[in-house]
Structures are given as C-alpha cells and as structure tokens.
Ligand binder design. Structure first.
Ligand SMILES: NC(=O)c1ccc[n+]([C@@H]2O[C@H](COP(=O)([O-])OP(=O)(O)OC[C@H]3O[C@@H](n4cnc5c(N)ncnc54)[C@H](OP(=O)(O)O)[C@@H]3O)[C@@H](O)[C@H]2O)c1
Length: 319
C-alpha cells in the first residue's frame, strides 16, 4: 500500500485552509496548489505549487507520487463572471482529469448543492440521485463540472462527489462572512437594531470543520467511491435565527420589517466600509451589493437528504 499522498487543489481558499491542517494532522503528505504565491502560513512540509489549472502546460508533474486528490479549486458567483465560473470550474477540472494517472485511489470532488437548482420543483428532501436542474450560473457551472467528473468515473476513476451547502467558519470571506461584515458595519455606524425582512427564510448551513471531517471520512470509506453526498446539517435555522445570533454578537436587537429591502443601502454600507478601512480595519471579507445576500435567497428545494452520508457512519459534530 503506497504512503497516502494528497493533491489538494484550491489550497489557498477558505475550505482548504481547514482541510490542509487536518490532512497534515492525520499524517498525510500533501502537495497543495493555488494560483497565488505560496501563503506564509503553509508549513514547510507542504509541497506548494503555484499553478493555473486552466493552463495544461503548468500541470505536468502535479500528480507525481499522488494517491488521493481533493479537488477544491473553483470559482463562485460572489467573485466571478459566468465565463470565469465556466473556465475555473469546468475547464480547470477537464485539464486536471486529462492527466489523472491510472491507479489513483480516490478523486474527491467538491461540488455544491447548487447543482440541484432553485426553481424546478424536485422531490424533497432532495436525494443525490435526482436529476439536477440548476437555474443560476454557479449551479450550472458546478453541474457541468460534475458531469466531467462522472464521465471519468464511468471510465474507472474512483470518484467521490461532495455537495455541501453554504459553508461557514473562521476565514469565511463570502456568504455568512459577508453577513457578519454587514452587521459589523451597521454596529460601527451606530445602529442599535438590525433590520431583517419579516418573512423568515430557511437557511442551509454546514460548519467548515464538519465538511473537513466528512471529506476525510469519505476519502477513507471503502464503499464511498462512485457516489455523491449532500453535506448539510439537517436542521434549518431561519434567517431570523441567524440574524439574532449576528445581532447579539454586536450588542444589537433584531427588528422585523415588512420591506424586503430593509436596512442600510449599498451606498451607505460602502461608505461605512471605506471609513473602516481608512481607520485601519484589515479584512478580505466581501462587501456584497445586496445586504445579507446569502440569507435572502428562497429555494423551493431547500431540504436535502443526508441519508447517504449517514449510511457511511458519519455524524455531524457542530450545528
Ligand atoms: N464556500 C462554500 O460555501 C462552498 C459551498 C459549496 C461548495 N463549495 C465549493 O468548494 C470549493 C472550495 O470553496 P472555497 O469557498 O474554499 O473557495 P475559495 O475560497 O473561493 O477558493 C477557491 C480556490 O480555488 C483556486 N482556483 C480558482 N481558480 C483556479 C485556477 N484556474 N487554477 C488554480 N486554482 C484556482 C483559488 O486559488 P487562488 O485564490 O490562489 O487564485 C482558491 O484556492 C469550490 O469548488 C466551491 O465551489 C464551496
């Protein structure tokens, strides 16, 4: 049995910043890659490669010695155009798979529950074997990417696909991270109440540490190859519950409002954000055009089955 050697793509991103230390702690050797120069916080034992997966000429020796791939590189609608989402998800994955050697033990691909789509009514809770019907750019790109991965699975590659919902935790700069920034800015501007739309919207969340545990668990689970797994804590807090936690963290009270566009406008938030940066705040957290963007999206296919994950013996530790 060869020494387990992981190739971790998207290593400079949010989720990988938690998966990388977990792999090292479990004794894996790791080759990590992102486009940026080597991050300062990577320990010396990590073999870091700065590569652009859309450039096949940069990938030649990427797989040397590798037994398992954790493919996390990708792009989302928070920071990318539709064309970039296609290139950094679909084309990047095609290139990575084009040179995948025979004999890889596992190819774990980080997809997303956005592949299911929000508009076509699926049977809920959504199971992994449903025919996805993505309705937005990110979901379409992630589904097209999955199809590239499944085609290789049919040709014999032992593939595992994870479909997580919105992931939160330390170093999260988008989604819930942006909502934390929105709240911080309003608290900084002197507001005592956090206005949220009176209609509650069910949220789908998973803590990054649970996703990391699920990734490592599935990579070592004999029967996982060839399957997809939804990853969501099967309890769904409402936007009011999330707002109450955010408000409490900044000493504010939640105020319910019938106006869906309630709260500070983008111009107001952008101006406060500028002032905070001028006064020395250092933050990579994304300022979104729509306040609490991630909490505002209604999805008729919100509830997801996690029976497949549970059947492998996985339990969520955090909720
Ligand atoms: N975060 C979530 O809530 C969530 C939910 C469901 C699924 N996912 C999926 O999980 C994966 C990781 O998400 P994340 O939030 O950790 O993403 P992230 O923080 O945005 O990081 C993306 C990573 O992909 C790399 N990358 C992008 N394009 C690349 C290219 N052409 N060549 C090489 N590397 C490239 C980036 O490298 P550089 O930064 O160095 O350029 C970065 O390391 C993604 O596939 C995402 O779709 C995320």
């Amino acid at each position: 049995m060869p020494q387990p050697y992981a190739l971790l793509t998207g290593a400079t991103g949010f989720i990988a910043s938690h998966l990388l230390p977990a792999l090292l702690a479990e004794g894996w050797s790791v080759r990590a890659c992102g486009r940026r120069p080597r991050p300062d916080w990577f320990s010396a034992e990590v073999d870091y490669r700065s590569v652009d997966l859309t450039r096949p000429e940069e990938l030649e020796t990427l797989y040397d010695g590798v037994t398992h791939v954790f493919h996390l590189a990708g792009a989302s609608s928070s920071t990318s155009t539709e064309e970039e989402m296609h290139r950094f998800n679909v084309v990047a994955t095609q290139n990575l798979l084009a040179i995948a050697p025979a004999g890889l033990e596992r190819f774990l691909h980080m997809s997303s529950t956005s592949v299911y789509g929000e508009e076509v009514q699926l049977s809920v809770p959504v199971t992994e074997d449903v025919q996805p019907s993505p309705s937005r750019g990110y979901g379409k790109a992630k589904w097209e990417t999955e199809q590239v991965v499944w085609a290789r699975a049919e040709a014999g590659l032992p593939v595992i696909v994870l479909r997580p919902v919105s992931v939160f935790g330390p170093a999260n700069t988008k989604l819930l991270g942006s909502a934390v920034l929105d709240t911080a800015m309003e608290a900084w501007a002197g507001r005592r109440t956090l206005a949220v739309h009176a209609r509650p919207i069910e949220q789908r969340l998973v803590h990054v540490e649970d996703l990391v545990r699920a990734s490592l668990h599935l990579a070592g689970h004999e029967a996982a190859a060839g399957h997809a797994y939804n990853v969501v804590v099967p309890e769904y807090p409402s936007s009011h519950d999330v707002a109450a936690i955010l408000a409490a963290a900044f000493g504010m009270e939640v105020e319910l409002d019938d106006d869906p566009t309630c709260g500070a406008s983008y111009e107001e938030r952008a101006s406060v954000h500028r002032q905070m940066l001028e006064q020395g705040m250092e933050s990579r957290i994304l300022l979104t055009e729509q306040r609490f963007r991630f909490m505002a999206k209604a999805n008729r296919n919100n509830r997801l089955s996690v029976d497949a994950l549970a059947a492998t013996g996985f339990h969520f530790a955090r909720d």
